[in-house]
Design a binder for this molecule. Sequence first.
Ligand SMILES: *Cc1c(COP(=O)(O)O)cnc(C)c1O
Length: 436
Amino acid sequence: MQLYSTKNPSTRVSFKEAVFNSMPQDKGLYMPVDIPRLDDLFLTHLDKYTLPEIALHVAQNLIGEDIPADDLKQIIHDAINFLAPVEKLEENVFVLELWHGPSLAFKDFGARFMSRVMSYFLEKGEKQLDVLVATSGDTGGAVALGFLGVPNTRVTILYPKGKVSDIQELQLTTNGQNIRAVEIDGTFDDCQALVKQAFTDKELKEKFRLTSANSINIARLIPQTFYYFNAYAQLLKIGVEKVIFSVPSGNFGNIGAGLLAWKMGLPVEHFIAATNVNDTVPEFLRTGVYQPKPSVATLSNAMDVGDPSNWVRIADLFKGELETLKTQVTGYSYNDEQTLEAIKFIYDNYHYIACPHTAIAWQALRDWQQDNYKRDIAGVFLSTAHPCKFPDVYPESIADKVDVPEQVKDLHKKKKHAVSLGKDFGGFKEYLLKNG
Ligand SMILES: *Cc1c(COP(=O)(O)O)cnc(C)c1O
């Protein structure tokens, strides 16, 4: 597999280089030179394959020789060891549950695959790999659990102080071993800016072998294509052939992977980019003007992103053809009040408890179907996290009904360990150098 930078299409790096660099020097993002179209036989018989089988076929086509098939198979079996079921809520309304992994959020797909790919590429005797990751809530937990105990790696998680839920914070700060947490007095965008600046800092780069675990890493994007194919496979089994996906979006890695799957031949009729009031992309799709803004805190905190880092990938997939992009993607955005109403509606009508991000995707699907309903098109909204991660969001009548998995109960017995820092780069750099 060869990759180029969105800022400099003539550059070429290997998969291994792209995974460890995370971001090219020119601050673009890596994209595959070849996006292979999967063979029709595979696509029309998707329903015959399991999730790991689908994952292997898709990954092999993208990654090619860089990881031999047997090794790739091992990585996938180890990383994707949980299901992504599609459940029917009503005629043409399905939910794709992506939170059956250990951190209870869809980010387990990306984080677990990436950590195993990195440890696969790390050769004996090499310098310790320092993974820096900014999180708005769920990334940190998934990455921490993905890397926990992986030899020769160390993970530093930056999260915005007071802006993640209690369970999310516990998932970030109670791991110990090779995982350390830093709470930043600022927003997620501040955390992300610190990580980005660290990568361009000469002194830090000399001292540490830095890499990023954020969704800009190509090794996180690839495994997120797997569940789109697998969702389609499940629908094929019940005779559905036309599908649209509604994706709750923050940094736009998830929907970016969906669009990549579509480019690889997955027959998706349409995508919905559903956001909270951090609506930079829906506004862009409406007006044609991309205007990043400071992020605003909402109930769906994992989507509080004012300048989605993966957007350049999507723009690159469409090579700036706004009209084509608009025919394939529609944007919707909702405020907290609408999010709560959606949660209640889903509970009252389907006895289903959606996390706030998921509720936004459902609402967007409903609004799209209201305007574009076709009997033969199934709508699938992506459920990105287990509701128990957001206990403060629900009215009591619903909160009481949320089941709490064992791994969460155990978290409450552990003690938080985090370093507190401001949002200035100088302080963060000093911390890294002093604690090297
Ligand atoms: C990260 C996250 C999102 C947003 O996903 P992106 O790939 O950043 O667009 C949505 N929901 C939940 C629960 C998340 O953790």
